[in-house]
Design a protein around this ligand. Structure first.
Ligand SMILES: Nc1ncnc2c1ncn2[C@@H]1O[C@H](COP(=O)(O)OP(=O)(O)OP(=O)(O)O)[C@@H](O)[C@H]1O
Length: 222
């Protein structure tokens, strides 16, 4: 579905080195790596955002519709949750169904700053789904949520993936448990400039924690 060839990418300094990878329909990739290594930069490169970057990014020609849940919700603050979904093309019925799916039935008339962070993030997830994405990008969707809300959101994402088995996913997370529950494929971004130190499928029963531990311990991965 999507082939990505980055020849190098950065801003004032290089952030990403040479990266070649692909996301197939139905792939669920979890993207892990140290803080500040360039995970969001890679997600933006996939989405075709950040025109101010320096470097080269080539994508395969197949047109893909991308839904993006940014780290911040980035809902339009002067529009209700419902209008935020309609603005990206949802009909009234679709907006209502999506808001219900993310547990926000009855809250659609509220503005983003009238709801909690977790609710705003769920609304932003509904907006990402409202574009009927072939590929869903999630940037640390569970950050700053309490464990119960994070778990609820993870279950919701798993439900959406089950309902849309051909949709691809790239999800940035710091948590091996998220990766174990969500991923069919693991990317580990590391180095300066950063490369995909690990790009491999996760098989059922693989211990993602152990894979990450090995990646974080340089002498064990050579
Ligand atoms: N628009 C920009 N202009 C200049 N530098 C940037 C820009 N966006 C990111 N950077 C720099 O690129 C580097 C990688 O940032 P990025 O946000 O991609 O990392 P990350 O792995 O997502 O970090 P975190 O895990 O903390 O969210 C950082 O040093 C950051 O300061």
């Amino acid at each position: 579905m999507l082939e990505l060839n980055i020849g190098g990418l950065g801003f004032q300094r290089p952030v990403l080195g040479a990266i070649s990878t692909r996301v197939a329909r139905g792939d669920r990739v979890c993207l892990l790596g140290p803080s500040g290594v360039g995970k969001t930069t890679l997600l933006n490169a996939i989405a075709g955002l950040d025109r101010d970057r320096r470097g080269t990014v080539a994508r395969a020609a197949e047109p893909v519709r991308i839904g993006y849940l940014f780290q911040e919700h980035r809902l339009l603050p002067w529009r209700s949750l419902r209008q935020n979904l309609k603005i990206v093309g949802a009909t009234d019925g679709e907006a209502d169904r999506l808001l219900m799916a993310v547990g926000l039935a009855g809250y659609g008339h509220l503005l983003p700053d009238q709801v909690s962070l977790g609710m705003a993030r769920r609304a932003a997830l509904a907006r990402a789904m409202a574009v009927k994405p072939d590929l869903l990008l999630l940037d640390e969707p569970f950050a700053s949520l309490d464990p119960v809300r994070a778990d609820d959101l993870k279950r919701l994402i798993l439900e959406l993936l089950a309902q849309h088995p051909r949709m691809g996913l790239v999800c940035v997370t710091h948590d091996a448990r998220d990766a174990a529950e969500l991923a069919t494929r693991l990317w580990y971004l590391n180095g300066e400039p950063a490369r995909l130190q690990w790009d491999a499928p996760v098989a059922a029963g693989d211990d993602v924690g152990q894979i990450l531990e090995a990646l974080r311990t340089p002498e064990r991965v050579g």
